[in-house]
Design a protein around this ligand. Structure first.
Ligand code: OOB
Length: 547
């Protein structure tokens, strides 16, 4: 396995192969098989209306792979991919898989702070970016990063490469005559997903060809995907959820069609659902709210939609209960993580299970433990931390030995940081978390990261970031700050401006700031975040009532 990664123990890997979970087929080979099986059927549809058939996709991957190889991208090298939801994302990723180069997925919302860290940590030799997205110039970001990190040799741009002096290459110009390429080892890393932020900066999650192919297959089977499936990719495809749960890969593998949405609003998605007769999609609870509110007044026919997968943050029971009556779709709850483990409710589960639980593991080989603070297993029904290992769950983050020592047990279980209880039926119910993360919409925000940036402000002595409840986003980012004595009181706009200037992605900026004299402490003299979170919740509730 790639240096810096933690392999599964040999006997465990053997077991997964013998059981047929790991099949030794590299991801880059999939489009070839799809072209042979599904030929001239449409595979990908952009919201611009552009359509790509399976055969065209395969040929496109060949040409892009040859182009990357011709420009010096070698097998094993890392390439940062930051693209919006378009068919290009699929072509670029599968071209890199084919070449054996490793995409590092970066969210379109990432800014200099996150991108710098990822390029540095991954040692990326190239990046693929859009020209502009929602008014933000990604070429300027690339220019800055390349100036700081000369190991980044090349920048490929979807759209216009901009100023010729930069030497950036348009993706369209990369394509060249297909060349013979050596097939990568399917047991090795295919690409990197990003962790949901328990540490100050995102950690890289190595996913192998074998493990990811298995994940998409097993979930596609549960979702009963076939050639009639039309999947709307609403969430950014760099997320595990829309990319492979079963998502884009699972749908294409079943011969279905993927339609890309530029953004999740009903104004964009409902017309697409009507136009393309979409049958399935995956969203976060925040989007469910938007769609539930819009549906009764919608002029577009969304009756083709049969399945709505919802996950990434807790779906509350009352909201869950409205989905089927209002949207006319079947709800599937999905609990998951980029690290691996996925639990789904099943189509034939009783309503009580679908509406109130996050489902059961997708693989018979998923191992789950629910443990107390001392690491002892708790009985079904009791709340504890979820630990897991299995055929598509990582054994270690990339280049992170110290963090790995804390995040995994000695026998390889991943400590999820989620507090859950297990029902007697084996379903998982998420009850809270022990990790210091705010889940705002579906975005995971590391409290430590935001605190670090807040204290960089000259007026801030100490900062503590907690989650406060919000009816739409699920949680808000609530920052308590202790000012430097004698300095003026810092304001929310000032602090947001500072964080943005430090290159932090927008979704990480605090929603509220409260200035306090000091923080409550725990018995161990640590900041008592439980008390602060309870206080934040009270304040937000009082404000909502007042306003
Ligand atoms: C998904 O992946 P990540 O890596 O962005 O975040 C993982 C964390 C989990 O550890 C848990 O804290 C939270 O997100 N989470 C949920 C949830 N699904 C994820 N919390 C409550 N209810 C749920 N249904 O978020 C992700 C990856 C693949 C599929 C779906 C979600």
């Amino acid at each position: 396995m790639l240096d810096g990664c933690v392999p599964w123990p040999a006997e465990v890997a053997e077991r997964y192969r013998a059981a047929g979970y790991w099949r030794g087929e590299p991801l880059g080979a999939l489009p070839r098989r799809w072209a042979a099986e599904y030929g001239d059927r449409v595979a990908l549809v952009d919201d611009t209306g552009r359509r790509v058939t399976f055969r065209e996709l395969d040929a496109w991957c060949d040409r892009v792979a040859a182009g990357f190889a011709g420009r010096g991208v070698a097998p094993g090298e890392r390439v940062l991919v930051q693209l919006p939801n378009t068919s290009e994302f699929v072509a670029v990723c599968f071209a890199l898989f084919r070449l054996g180069a490793l995409p590092v997925f970066a969210l379109p919302s990432y800014r200099t702070n996150e991108i710098r860290h990822l390029v540095q940590l991954s040692g990326a030799v190239a990046m693929v970016v859009p020209d502009e997205l929602r008014g933000y110039d990604h070429r300027a970001l690339a220019r800055q990063i390349r100036a700081e990190l000369p190991g980044l040799r090349q920048v490929f741009v979807a759209g216009s490469p901009g100023d010729a002096a930069d030497g950036f290459v348009a993706l369209d110009d990369v394509e060249s005559e297909p060349v013979e390429l050596a097939e990568p080892d399917a047991s090795d890393v295919a690409f990197f997903l990003l962790s949901g932020g328990t540490t100050a900066l995102p950690k890289m999650i190595p996913r192998t060809h074998d493990d990811y192919a298995y994940q998409t297959r097993v979930t596609a089977e549960i979702c009963e995907l076939d050639e009639t499936t039309v999947y709307l990719a609403v969430l950014p495809v760099e997320f595990n959820f829309p990319w492979g749960c079963p998502g884009v890969i699972g749908v294409l593998d079943a011969g279905g069609r993927v339609v890309f949405a530029r953004e999740p609003s009903p104004e964009v998605c409902f017309p697409l659902i009507e136009r393309e007769r979409v049958t399935m999609t995956s969203v976060i609870p925040t989007i469910v709210h938007l769609w539930l509110n819009a549906a009764p007044r919608a002029t577009h026919d969304i009756s083709s939609l049969r399945v709505l997968q919802v996950g990434s943050s807790k779906l509350h029971d009352e909201v869950a209960a409205r989905i089927e009556p209002v949207l006319g779709v079947r709800l599937q709850q999905v609990f998951g993580m980029a690290e691996g483990l996925l639990t789904f409710t099943r189509y034939d589960d009783p309503a009580s299970v679908v509406l109130t639980t996050q489902g059961r593991p997708v693989s018979p080989a998923d191992e789950i433990r629910v443990v107390d603070a001392e690491g002892h297993d708790v009985p079904d029904g009791a709340v504890g931390e979820l630990l897991t290992r299995g055929p598509y769950t990582l054994r270690g983050y990339y280049r992170a030995p110290e963090h790995n020592a804390r995040a995994f047990t000695e026998d390889g279980f991943y400590r999820s940081g989620d507090l859950v209880r297990r029902t007697t039926g084996g379903e998982i119910v998420v009850e809270g978390r022990v990790k210091d993360v705010v889940i705002r919409g579906g975005d995971k925000i590391s409290a430590t990261e935001v605190e670090g940036h807040l204290t960089a402000h000259p007026t801030v002595q100490q900062a503590a970031v907690v989650a406060a409840p919000d009816p739409v986003l699920g949680e808000l980012t609530y920052a308590y700050v202790v000012p430097v004595p004698g300095e003026p009181t810092p304001t929310l706009p000032q602090l947001r401006k500072l964080l943005r200037a430090r290159g932090l992605a927008d979704y990480k900026l605090p929603d509220r700031v409260e200035v306090v004299d000091g923080f409550p402490l725990t018995g161990l003299n640590k900041v008592d975040k439980k008390t602060l979170a309870a206080r934040a919740a009270d304040t937000v509730r009082a404000l909502t009532r007042a306003g």
